[in-house]
Design a protein around this ligand. Structure first.
Ligand SMILES: [Ca+2]
Ligand SMILES: [Ca+2]
Length: 195
């Protein structure tokens, strides 16, 4: 294929739009237009992904704009949009990462190929970061390894990557200190101020 980078990306995004609806429907198992905590948890169980109910509740709560304890399609799309445009990494990623998995596990087998996982990361971080972080996040940069990731592995990879990114971000303190010379300011606190 000789598609340019831009057209590849356009194609991927157009595809995404069509698949978002299907992803929502897979979570909304009774098709009433709302994703409940139980429905989301049932999906995790079907995928063999162990997660506490409180975490599932948090995932819903983070995106539940009208506070009814459910995620409707509008909220689902809104969080998708916000996370995709969130370069600073400050949006809640919980449900978004699950949706990413759903979008690429089209057969519902519970596995996403390493190649697809890379494409996802590529859309999120851009080429530069991808090249730098590929092996660290996925354990291998070898596409021919035909490695597949389960939902649990996939979420862990994105989580690790997200933490790395937050830690790599220069904090105000590290910049005031004159940056790279001193000890790493990373592990002490998230860059987002708690107060
Ligand atoms: Ca439902
Ligand atoms: Ca809601």
């Amino acid at each position: 294929m000789e598609a340019t980078e831009a057209s590849r990306e356009r194609f991927a995004r157009k595809n995404e739009d069509q698949l978002l609806c299907a992803a929502f429907e897979r979570l909304d198992s009774n098709r009433d237009g709302q994703i409940t905590v139980d429905e989301l948890q049932a999906y995790f169980e079907a995928m063999g992904h162990k997660v506490k109910k409180a975490e599932v509740e948090d995932m819903i709560w983070e995106v539940d704009e009208d506070c009814d304890g459910l995620v409707n399609y509008k909220e689902f799309l809104a969080t998708w949009q916000r996370c995709r445009e969130d370069k600073a990494g400050t949006e809640p990623w919980g449900l978004y990462n699950v949706v990413l998995f759903l979008l690429h596990d089209r057969s519902g087998s519970g596995w996403v190929s390493l190649e697809d996982a890379m494409k996802i990361t590529y859309l999120r971080v851009g080429k530069e970061s991808l090249d730098a972080q590929l092996a660290a996040v996925f354990g291998t940069a070898d596409l021919t390894s035909s490695k597949s990731l389960s939902l649990t592995e996939f979420l862990q990879c994105l989580h690790d990557w997200h933490l790395q990114r937050i830690r790599a971000r220069p904090t105000l303190r590290s910049m005031k200190k004159g940056g790279s010379g001193g000890e790493p300011a990373a592990a002490q606190a998230p860059a987002v101020a708690a107060k």
